[in-house]
Design a protein around this ligand. Structure first.
Ligand code: NAD
Ligand code: AKB
Length: 316
């Protein structure tokens, strides 16, 4: 089994590469990204997802069987350069799909997102199938990607699997320009400065998930028998839903002196276009999805893991 991970240096890729290497062995998992960084541990290859020839070479040379295609530009950063975001997120993914069919890649993972939701999507307990009119180019590219996943499965039998991740929160890799990033940054600022200025309003409720749950969901989906997968677009998935105010109150239970204030910016409008909570009944039914972390358990775990002394000695 040889696995290629694109966008491997990102918030999710850092955790996923580690997990896949534990499971399949270091040499079986090729990490790739457009940039090399401190976390680019070998085997690592430079790969711009827009370089079609380079994708082909890597798949051929490394005899790749599976691709976890994480490379993307996220919701907030995407708004600074819409054309580039569309190109990277959609055209980059189309190359992965087409080359996978041509070169016999057996399975592809495509991370979709709650950003596919929009103004006409029901906000509470959003069902799997609902109107999708995203307001960001990121959301537009992901819903188009979902439809292409479905198409490549129907037309060419490609085994594409996909999750609509909510905001993912972890403590050992930094997020890359999304709207849910506050829920990671707040922990660092709470420990470092004892206070945090949030770019969303206090009552902005969004669906979220702790990184270990997100990694387990990804593995469970990718290992489920094919006949259990009834959705190829992107499974609804959730762990918890909370507001900045509720997260701050939970942190305060551990750090009583913690203070938060609010200066909403352009990301507020993006957050308001997304759902507040998700109905992930189909994932529960098809491959037994069950989250383990709620807000209290996640907050306790992150603060224990980061811990003041560890944080100060390790740095960010
Ligand atoms: P991230 O921004 O932290 O990482 C994305 C990586 O893609 C970066 O390392 C970046 O260098 C790389 N990249 C950008 N352009 C590239 C290009 N042209 N070629 C190759 N690599 C390129 O994002 P993440 O949070 O790790 O997200 C990973 C995937 O999961 C993305 O597809 C994202 O849409 C999806 N997702 C993430 C979240 C979340 O909360 N983190 C939620 C929903 C979906
Ligand atoms: C973002 O905020 O853009 C991401 C996502 C929910 O897709 N975290």
């Amino acid at each position: 089994m040889a696995i290629l991970v694109t966008g491997a240096n990102g918030q999710i890729g850092t955790n996923l590469v580690r997990l896949l290497r534990e499971k399949y062995g270091r040499d079986q998992v090729i990490a790739s990204d457009i940039i090399r960084s401190d976390i680019s541990t070998p085997p690592f290859l430079m790969l711009d997802i827009l370089n079609v020839q380079r994708i082909r070479e890597i798949i051929e040379d490394r005899e790749i069987d599976q691709i976890y295609h994480l490379a993307a530009i996220l919701s907030a950063n995407g708004e600074w350069n819409p054309m580039k975001t569309w190109n990277v997120n959609l055209n980059g993914y189309l190359s992965i799909l087409q080359i996978s069919v041509e070169m016999g890649v057996k399975r592809v993972f495509f991370p979709s997102t709650i950003a596919v939701h929009g103004k006409s999507t029901p906000k509470v307990n959003t069902p799997q199938y609902a109107p999708m009119d995203p307001s960001t180019v990121y959301g537009m590219s992901k819903i188009a990607g979902e439809n292409w996943s479905h198409y490549y499965h129907q037309r060419y039998g490609l085994d594409v699997r996909s999750l609509r991740y909510p905001g993912i929160i972890g403590y050992d890799s930094m997020p890359g320009g999304g709207t849910t990033d506050y829920a990671v940054d707040i922990f660092y600022q709470a420990l470092e400065k004892g206070r945090y200025t949030c770019f969303l309003k206090p009552d902005t409720r969004l669906p979220m998930m702790y990184m270990p749950d997100a990694m387990r969901a990804t593995m469970e989906l990718m290992h489920a028998p094919s006949d259990k997968i009834t959705i190829r677009q992107g499974y609804n998935l959730t762990g918890m839903s909370f507001t900045p105010e509720e997260l701050a109150a939970e942190i305060k239970k551990h750090i009583p002196s913690f203070e938060i204030d609010y200066h909403p910016d352009f990301r507020q409008k993006i957050a308001e276009s997304w759902s507040e909570s998700i109905d992930d009944a189909q994932a529960r039914q098809d491959w037994d999805w069950q989250p383990q972390f709620d807000l209290a358990a996640m907050t306790r775990d992150i603060l224990e893991e980061l811990g003041e002394s560890k944080f100060k000695s390790g740095g960010r």
